[in-house]
Design a protein around this ligand. Structure first.
Ligand code: SF4
Ligand code: SF4
Length: 517
């Protein structure tokens, strides 16, 4: 039995998992349009390498990674590129962003796939490159390019690989269903990642409210010791990386540090499965399992859907009453965000589409003054002082908020959840972080402007000095020439005088008395 350490705080919100986890995963089919935003990951956007009118094959790269922290994008079905233009994308701001739009031909014609029979014969860097070219990013919601996390650096030793199947947010069940039905693929992906990292051991972490998933994983592993399954107590946010590292290893990830700093690398279970499909079957990341749930949904369930499938298509498949729908969320109710239109597409990081009616979305209670009860501090899994953060964020004292480690806040919402005064605490932290970010951007801009101004002044000074030096050189040359001219004319004058004197001498000699000769 593996020892599980506890982490501070956390809450137990109603789970709402049974609504969607009792139905099998259904294929979502091919929608009438596939909309592929070029920015679906942390880092720089991918750059389209196709043009409107091009025919594309399923799995064909249609946008290449730009820079190191980036991920390429692939056509999730075969068809024709009908637009490359800004479209609404899932983002809290409701913004539009550049998308490649494909009209499917419904033939599902695959591009040529490079399957690897024996990945263990490859160098880990070659393996990382396959994962990079497959466009795999963290599917747990973060969207960080996976190949980067698989390269901790030569001096860092990976003791433990954690495959995260905790899925602690209410309503979301896609990872649960994945582990129940595709445990072999999750474990095969875990082995590949473990090999790429040369990690000594791997742990697949699952909350103990998913007994079926735990059972299937253990059945496939059947007594192996290099990979183990850890059932961790159900408590939100046990799936956050730092909390999970603490729960499984007892180690604290340092402030401003990463899990690798304590010898741990974490990957989501769906990411592990995507790695398996990329390496063994040569398939880039073109689909994922997504939960479509909420009380507006007639048939809550999980779908295996093509990346780029519009939410409208999935909501329709799940028999959603869109007229009754009051709020559409990407992700869970704790850390997800509302989307302004159902026209947005499923992206690589969409683990859940939550459609709720007014019934499960009671009007937020009016915020009352803080009564200093301390419940928020008790619930905080990062051991912050949420009340202090709230005061300083509210008073625009951002330096103070930073002193109280504002940026360690993982925005889990536990503090808001327990606050008896119904203060939307997380909104204040997001506001404060946003303001600090804006100020930093402004400072960066003014630093750049100041440096440009200083560089311009330096250039003007340099040009002035160069002009002055040139003038001085010219003046000196002129003076030298003048002196030379004067010397020459003096010499000429002297010569003339000498010649004249000689002439005079010779004329005197010519007129001398011959007797005297
Ligand atoms: S839980 Fe709410 S009322 Fe209690 S101390 Fe925190 S902010 Fe104040
Ligand atoms: S949202 Fe931030 S401050 Fe609030 S409980 Fe979570 S980590 Fe702590």
């Amino acid at each position: 039995m593996m020892k599980i350490w506890s982490f501070p705080g956390g809450v137990h919100p109603p789970q709402h998992k049974e609504e969607s986890n009792s139905r099998p995963i259904a294929p979502a089919g091919i929608p009438t349009q596939i909309i592929l935003p070029v920015h679906q990951h942390i880092g720089q956007s991918a750059v389209p390498i196709v043009e409107v009118g091009d025919t594309v094959l399923k799995g064909q790269m249609i946008a290449k990674a730009e820079g190191f922290v980036s991920a390429p994008l692939h056509a999730s079905t075969s068809g024709k590129v009908i637009a490359i233009e800004p479209r609404p994308v899932p983002h809290p701001s409701g913004m539009r962003a550049m998308c490649v739009v494909i009209e499917p031909d419904n033939k599902e014609t695959w591009a040529r796939l490079n399957k690897i029979d024996d990945y263990r014969s490859l160098d880990p860097s070659a393996l990382r490159n396959i994962i990079r070219q497959a466009g795999i990013v963290g599917l747990g919601g973060a969207g960080f390019p996976t190949f980067i996390k698989l390269n901790p650096g030569p001096e860092k030793c990976v003791e433990t690989l954690i495959i995260n199947g905790v899925e602690c947010e209410p309503y979301i069940t896609c990872d649960d269903l994945l582990m129940r039905t595709r445990a072999e693929e999750v474990i095969a992906g875990t082995e590949i990642i473990q090999f790429a990292l040369q990690a000594k051991k791997a742990i697949i972490a699952v909350e103990d409210n998913k007994p079926e998933a735990i059972h299937h994983l253990e059945e496939v592993l059947s007594g192996r010791t290099d990979i183990s399954v850890a059932a961790i107590p159900t408590r939100y946010p046990a799936g956050s990386e730092k909390q999970l590292v603490k729960a499984l290893t007892g180690k604290e990830v340092p402030k401003d540090g990463l899990a690798i700093h304590v010898g741990v690398v974490g990957q989501n279970v769906a990411t592990a499965r995507a790695v398996y499909r990329a390496v063994i079957h040569g398939e880039p990341l073109i689909s994922r399992i997504v939960t479509v749930t909420g009380d507006a949904v007639g048939k809550p369930q999980n779908f295996e859907a093509l990346i780029g499938t519009p939410f409208t298509h999935l909501l329709q498949l799940a028999q959603t009453d869109t007229d009754a729908m009051q709020r559409l969320t990407m992700g869970g109710p704790m850390m997800g965000f509302a989307v302004t239109t159902a026209e947005v597409p499923l992206i690589k990081t969409t683990n859940c589409i939550l459609a709720q009616t007014a019934e499960t979305l009671p009007k937020p209670e009016p915020a009352m003054p803080c009564i200093r009860c301390g419940a928020c501090a008790e619930a905080c899994p990062v051991s912050l002082l949420p009340q202090q953060l709230y005061w300083y964020s509210r008073a625009n004292q951002f330096d103070k908020a930073q002193e109280y480690n504002l940026f360690d806040c993982i925005e889990c919402g536990c503090c808001s959840y327990v606050c008896p005064s119904h203060i939307p605490l997380v909104q204040y932290y997001r506001y404060a972080k946003g303001q600090i970010w804006i100020k930093e951007q402004e400072k960066k801009k003014s630093d750049i402007a100041r440096k440009r101004h200083e560089a311009r002044l330096a250039r003007l000074e340099r040009e002035k000095a160069e002009r002055e030096a040139k003038r001085n050189r010219k003046k000196a040359a002129m003076q030298q020439k003048k002196a030379a001219d004067a010397a020459r004319s003096a010499r000429e004058k002297a010569m003339k005088l000498r010649e004249k004197a000689l002439e005079n001498v010779s004329s005197v000699t010519d007129t001398t008395n011959p007797k005297e000769q």
